[in-house]
Unconditional design. Structure first.
Length: 379
């Protein structure tokens, strides 16, 4: 299949791995963060780490949209369903994110709340049309990839005069998260590991382009290579990062040229700018409060803002004490270093968000057997 099989060639992957091993300086270590959960998934699924030299470490980043969703936002959505009687709609992965009191949206549904899985905001719009006597709320999450469809749904609802539809917005921004990782005063407290470069996200970059990453290269001297999700994409990006580090360069390079441009998708960006403003601050699971890192619905579309319509307040909630999702999202720990991983916490019985989503680091490691070397962790 064009653009798939060509990027899964095992022999070619081996040759790229040989090039990485040959060009990596044995006297130093290389630490690259794959920001996107899709890349973590590809690295685990295709055994990319097995083809890399021992002095090159791939670090999981916070680029899984379900994983970074804090418990307090899920609780807020559940309060809408339980206390306000709304029809709550959201994506499938969000349904299983652990929340307070041992609940999740899936378990809340089992207790009688009207919570429905949808594939897009347009599904929620259709439910609002079909049930004019009910308040329908779309619980919107995700990075810039899923933000334009939410913006278009809100504009469509306004054009139709659909008064029983609103959005609980939890959309977050990629560049702000990368900046926070590099410069936040919390970094020392969280023991975030040093990072030599980033494998830049694919789908996000299709929307925003490669331009927003240029500041990280010039200001922080960190190379960024945007990569597709196939194994050869990831390996070629790693080779490009090794070459930049060896040559003392810090640039934004685009391996995923078949889909990503410097300017990105102007139509999608315009829709986002029309409907959303940037929040002053937003809580991320694992990163804490991150300035200017999420979106809220603009005043022109306030009628469709569920937080304003239902006068909701955000209440932060701490994660499970033994769950290491926060440390994993910051790159401090690997999934296999969590006491709960693979025994108490599995995809069937997730204790943390990193085991819920198919893009989560824990789910990727568990699903593709990267957990066979679980270390003994003292209590």
């Amino acid at each position: 299949m064009r653009y798939v099989d060509e990027f899964r060639d095992g022999d070619l992957a081996g040759r790229i791995g040989d090039n990485i091993a040959h060009e990596a300086d044995p006297s130093r270590e290389y630490r690259f963060m794959e920001f996107c959960g899709g890349h973590t998934h590809a690295i685990a699924r295709y055994g990319v780490v097995d083809l890399l030299p021992g002095n090159l470490r791939m670090i999981h980043g916070p680029g899984c949209p379900v994983c970074v969703l804090p418990i307090g936002r899920v609780d807020m959505a559940m309060r809408l369903a339980f206390e306000r009687g709304v029809m709550l709609c959201t994506y499938g992965d969000v349904m299983r994110v652990p929340a307070s009191d041992g609940l999740s949206l899936m378990r809340a549904k089992a207790r009688g709340a009207d919570i429905r899985m949808v594939y897009s905001p347009l599904d929620a719009l259709q439910l609002a049309r079909a049930h004019p006597g009910r308040e329908v709320v779309f619980f919107a999450i995700g990075f810039e990839t899923t933000t334009p469809p939410t913006a278009l749904a809100i504009r469509q609802a306004q054009s139709e005069g659909l008064r029983n539809f609103s959005v609980l917005c939890s959309h977050v921004l990629t560049p702000a998260a990368i900046k926070h990782i590099l410069e936040s005063p919390e970094v020392d407290d969280h023991r975030t590991v040093p990072i030599d470069g980033f494998v830049g996200p694919a789908h996000v970059s299709i929307v925003i382009g490669s331009r927003p990453y240029e500041g990280f290269a010039t200001t922080y001297r960190k190379p960024v290579v945007i990569a597709g999700f196939e194994p050869l994409d990831v390996m070629q990006a790693i080779l490009m990062l090794v070459r930049q580090v060896n040559e003392g360069r810090a640039e934004v390079e685009n391996e995923f040229t078949r889909a990503v441009t410097r300017e990105g998708n102007a139509c999608a960006q315009a829709a986002m700018a029309d409907v959303f403003d940037v929040r002053d601050s937003f809580e991320w699971r694992g990163l804490g409060q991150v300035p200017a890192s999420a979106l809220k619905i603009r005043g022109d579309y306030a009628a469709f803002d569920a937080e304003a319509r239902f006068d909701l307040d955000y209440r932060p909630v701490a994660d499970h004490k033994q769950c290491e999702c926060g440390a994993i999202l910051r790159g401090v720990k690997k999934p296999t270093e969590c006491k709960l991983f693979g025994n108490v916490c599995t995809p069937e019985t997730p204790m943390g968000s990193c085991m819920v989503s198919s893009e989560g680091a824990c789910a990727a490691h568990y699903s593709y057997g990267r957990f066979r070397d679980i270390p003994v962790v003292s209590s």
